[in-house]
Design a protein around this ligand. Structure first.
Ligand code: ASP
Length: 436
């Protein structure tokens, strides 16, 4: 039988009512054998996630302050869930263990992980599934980095003999059995690792939206949701700020070509977004899959006649950035010019000394930094092959009188990157979305 890994995010497990919906979803398909759970998230906009309450208790304990109010708020959240599900569970004992830990040299990762630990144990009991503690099978190295090889070995050994399981998201342990967490939102990564380990046919990621949106809803009213997207397209859009999945969650599933389906727990009939390596042949796709962008960019422009004749000019430039550990977003070279696009926040600490070094070492005819730029990525593996999609984007921007300071399209034809002034950013997104 096919195997599906189903991961549920914090809002899908925020209270007893949501957990009942989760049970209906899991039990509706016998292929849903592996469930990965987050900690209870927000029940309403001003609510506080259990992970944040736990982190508050840690901060208080670490500062020698009273951690009881935050700890009791955690207990109250779980008690409410247990009452709503009419489930018996040794919550008092579990909270006593936490209290004891907080009172004696608390560890931040351990505390942060307890939301997933408790919620997954509760969910496992409610579903009648076996609880799997990822401390036994997700392995981190001594620097807190995931050891994927070891994790695969341990996870296969742990999961193969079991039939229906709930694995707690967000954490694992290192060689010294110290609990380590992923970065925030990391239960998505756990789901992807479980999918790879069990050779899942599908990784379902259940959340509170019906998939990835083709544009930022704060700029475009009711943007359409994307039905199909490739791993590479998703990676570009997430890099440019579109958020739906933890960025590290795509890689493990994509290594094995496991499709990821983003679904909405509150609207389980919506098909959501399917993220795949190759899109099915029979689907018609929009020429442009999505558009996303980032403000707060700076451009460094260096000009020197004959630059293009002298090998190594760009390499010297990039080396100056490398030595200062400054990541750059794009490097465009023209005849006698180099243009670098860098996030203004990373440039701030060293802009003057960098300018001085460029002046001294490269002796350019001109060097200058301009701030206040935004970068927009227009993504569409299919669409950009149809060369007119790019032209239509540029025409749409020009028709709005939006000045384009950079235009970049790699040979891979995955996306078109356009630099526009920050104060025209939202106009530019609207103009591009209108032609998709
Ligand atoms: N509970 C963690 C967080 O709030 C991890 C997760 O939900 O994926 O970030």
């Amino acid at each position: 039988m096919e195997k599906i890994v189903t991961k549920f995010g914090g809002t899908s497990l925020a209270d007893a009512n949501q957990i009942r919906k989760v049970r209906d979803i899991v039990l509706a398909d016998p292929r849903r054998k592996y469930v990965v759970a987050s900690a209870p998230g927000k029940r309403f906009a001003e609510d506080i996630k259990v992970t944040d309450l736990l982190l508050r208790s840690y901060t208080a304990a670490n500062n020698g302050e009273d951690f009881e109010p935050a700890l009791q708020a955690v207990q109250a959240r779980f008690q409410e869930i247990l009452n709503g599900l009419e489930l018996s569970f040794p919550l008092e004992e579990e909270i006593a263990v936490l209290r004891n830990h907080l009172a004696n040299e608390p560890d931040v990762d351990y505390i942060a992980s307890r939301g997933e630990y408790l919620n997954s144990r509760i969910l496992a009991a409610f579903l009648g599934f076996t609880f799997v503690d990822p401390a036994w099978c997700i392995s981190f190295d001594e620097n807190g980095k995931l050891d994927q090889k070891m994790t695969m070995r341990m996870m296969r050994a742990a999961l193969n003999p079991l039939d229906k399981v709930v694995v707690a998201g967000f954490y694992g342990a290192d060689m010294n059995d110290k609990i380590r967490t992923f970065s925030r939102g990391g239960s998505d990564v756990t789901g992807s690792l479980v999918s790879l380990a069990v050779g899942a046919d599908l990784y379902e990621n259940w959340t509170d939206v019906s998939g990835l949106l083709a544009a930022d809803p704060r700029i475009i009213e009711n943007p359409r949701s994307v039905r199909y997207i490739s791993y590479r397209e998703l990676r570009t859009l997430s890099y440019m700020g579109a958020s739906v999945l933890h960025t590290d969650a795509v890689l493990p599933a994509s290594e094995a070509g496991i499709p990821i389906n983003i679904r909405n727990t509150n609207q389980p009939d919506d098909p959501g977004t399917m993220i795949m390596r190759k899109l099915p042949k029979n689907v018609t796709r929009q020429p442009i899959t999505g558009v996303a962008g980032r403000c707060g960019m700076s451009v460094i422009q260096v000009e020197k006649v004959m630059t293009s004749d002298g090998a190594g000019f760009s390499a010297i430039m990039l080396d100056m950035l490398k030595r200062r550990k400054i990541p750059f977003e794009q490097c465009l070279t023209g005849i006698d010019t180099i243009t670098l696009i860098i996030r203004s926040s990373v440039l701030d600490s060293c802009r003057n000394e960098l300018l001085e070094e460029i002046e001294t070492v490269l002796q350019p005819d001109y060097v200058g930094i301009k701030d206040g730029l935004s970068m927009i990525a227009v993504v569409g593996e299919k669409g950009t092959e149809a060369s007119d999609a790019n032209i239509r984007v540029l025409e749409a921007l020009a028709a709005e009188g939006i000045e384009m300071s950079t235009i970049n399209q790699g040979a891979g034809k995955l996306n078109l990157l356009v630099g526009v002034p920050e104060d025209r950013y939202t106009d530019a997104i609207r103009a591009i979305y209108d032609i998709t």
